[in-house]
Ligand binder design. Structure first.
Ligand code: ABU
Length: 254
């Protein structure tokens, strides 16, 4: 059976139909999950947490995607820098998802905002705006370049799970973010850093597969098999979980 991998959506208003708000996710996340053999399931925001839990019970994995800023109230800080768009409902939804994934050991891949979210869900903090909060760093926000443009390298911790999954010590990445991990959350390992010290890869040891990237591998996997391998590893971890739960479910219904 193919694993179901949930991808949370965000809400938006289309300028030509402001009366009809929509939920959406970037196509590239859906395509990356499908290319790796998983079945993408878009998760809308729901009023009733019980509905969300009913959906979660049927998912085998999670992809926490990139997107808008995480509001600093999620890590008990005041706004002290240039935030871009935030959405308290999205923060709430994704924090529930990240904590659920941690508690239930659900295979999870975090990308960009998703990586920041995982860190915050475990008590970590963020640079609210790298340009003002980390002034001597590289240029991490490159909005005018193609989304798959490689910008800087990332050195990978040789003892990390990320090193095992990617199979390389160093990798070139795209860079499309203005927030970043500051203090690591409880039990979180920085498994890769840029030359300027910014955390670019992280993982949660003790969980089967809770890995995250600050870069956007969904824009890179077609050109570099290292990133396809990351998505395939997520799918494999989900398949393993699924095959471990199927016999239990079948014997329970017998
Ligand atoms: N907060 C950075 C957003 C980058 C992106 O997903 O396009």
């Amino acid at each position: 059976m193919r694993p179901l991998i949930g991808i949370p959506c965000r809400a938006a208003f289309r300028s030509n139909h402001p009366e009809k708000p929509v939920y959406y996710s970037n196509k590239s996340y859906v395509q990356a999950v499908e290319s790796a053999g998983g079945v993408p399931v878009l998760i809308p925001m729901m009023k009733d947490l019980e509905n969300l839990h009913a959906l979660l019970a049927r998912l085998d994995g999670l992809l926490l995607s990139g997107g808008i800023d995480v509001h600093p109230s999620s890590y008990q800080e005041e706004v002290d820098a240039a935030l871009s768009e935030t959405d308290p409902e999205l923060d709430k939804l994704e924090l529930v998802l990240a904590r659920w994934a941690w508690q239930e050991d659900i295979p999870t891949l975090g990308i960009c905002r998703g990586m920041q979210l995982i860190n915050v869900s475990l008590g970590g903090t963020l640079y609210q705006d790298l340009e003002t909060g980390y002034q001597d760093g590289l240029q991490h926000a490159n909005w005018s370049l193609p989304r798959n443009q490689l910008i800087h390298s990332v050195s990978i911790d040789p003892n990390s799970q990320m090193r095992q999954v990617l199979g390389v010590d160093k990798v070139m990445v795209n860079s499309l973010h203005h927030q970043a991990v500051k203090e690591l959350g409880k039990g979180v390992l920085a498994s890769g850093k840029a030359e300027d010290g910014i955390v670019e890869l992280l993982e949660v040891p003790g969980r089967t597969f809770m890995l995250a990237t600050q870069c956007h591998p969904e824009e890179l996997y077609r050109d570099n098999p290292v990133w396809l391998h990351l998505f395939r590893s997520l799918v494999k971890a989900c398949e393993k979980k699924l095959s471990a739960t199927i016999p239990t479910a079948m014997s329970a219904s017998a």
